[in-house]
Design a protein around this ligand. Sequence first.
Ligand SMILES: *Cc1c(COP(=O)(O)O)cnc(C)c1O
Length: 390
Amino acid sequence: MAGVSEAALTVQSRMSSDPMVNKFIPISQPSIGMREKELVLAAVESGWVSSIGKFIDEFENCFARYCGTEFAIAVSNGTTGLHLALAAFGIGPGDEVIIPDLTFVATANAVAYTGATPVLADIDPETLCIDPGSVEALITPRTKAVMPVHLYGHPADMDAIASIAKSRGIIVIEDAAEAHGAEYKGRRVGGLADCGVFSFYGNKIVTTGEGGMLTTNDPTFYNRAKRLRDHAMSSDRRYFHDERGFNYRMTNLQAALGVAQMERIDEFLARRAEIMAWYRSVVRTSDVVRLNRVQNWAHSAFWMVCLEVDRFDAGTRAAFIQSLKQRGIDSRPYFYPLSTMPMYQQESLPVAARKSRVGLNLPSFFDLTKSDVERIGHVVNELIEDASLR
Ligand SMILES: *Cc1c(COP(=O)(O)O)cnc(C)c1O
């Protein structure tokens, strides 16, 4: 095997027609079809390769329509989208923004970029999203915004958050980077608060390579965010700027990919739900071994398949991930709580700490087959039995 890269082996085994060959199953992989290629090529050939072009408009329009919002703004990625949203709401030094302890680090970094302080709330053990009770306890006169994250595709309890925030004039920004198409009480995420922010990174539900989107119904916010995205250029005096903005624009090439992906979003979500059902039929669960939980008011987008094994500790989970890898199956641990990282270090929050310790994500992507999931499920069952984790 010397000199043969793992990537080469993966490609080779993926191309094999022998179903008994144990191909390496990645945790995530984009689905780029003929239509995506057609539209990206059209964008390239049009000469509109930067951030002006018809695909930007089309992508923004179709995304707003999908989320049921009045407006959408395409941006360079989800992190810049979060930063832009906070900046456009005027959040800055001296302000506090409440976010969940368990999330991807971008949620906290975007707050810190503005000079405001990220304040960490604990999570709800059922949804893995921010716990409204914890939010309420953290509110101070400096609290300017709350940023719930629809973690792993499951929506946060938005009504409970709104009832805490609205009466106090606190802004609510949805970090919907992981939850395109998820529904809360029959309404799609992105349209549930003052603003929604999405990511189109390569492993997200819809991808543009790198990219992001803001969604909103607020015309004042919309105009301000759009101006700040483009260096706050004056609309009547070109190259005059009356405040400091950003270049957070998306390219027309990325938007072309996004338009083609949005034509397939129903198909993407249906497949993710199907994959989840396959996992449920093969993985043996119990009181201490669980797959994704879904509240009766929610439709999860199932961005990630979540396996929780209560008897995991750092060592046994790492060994489990290693054993999966040896059997050709990729997986990844849940996010680490922000409160354990040097930039945001503080006293730990019990639910986030516990969930972070016992959770891992298993493969889920459009081209995963039922037999792939059966293979993964059998290995998972076997490893759990072997380690007496049930
Ligand atoms: C992916 C992600 C982001 C950031 O998106 P990028 O496009 O990678 O910058 C923000 N928040 C959450 C919860 C994410 O999962």
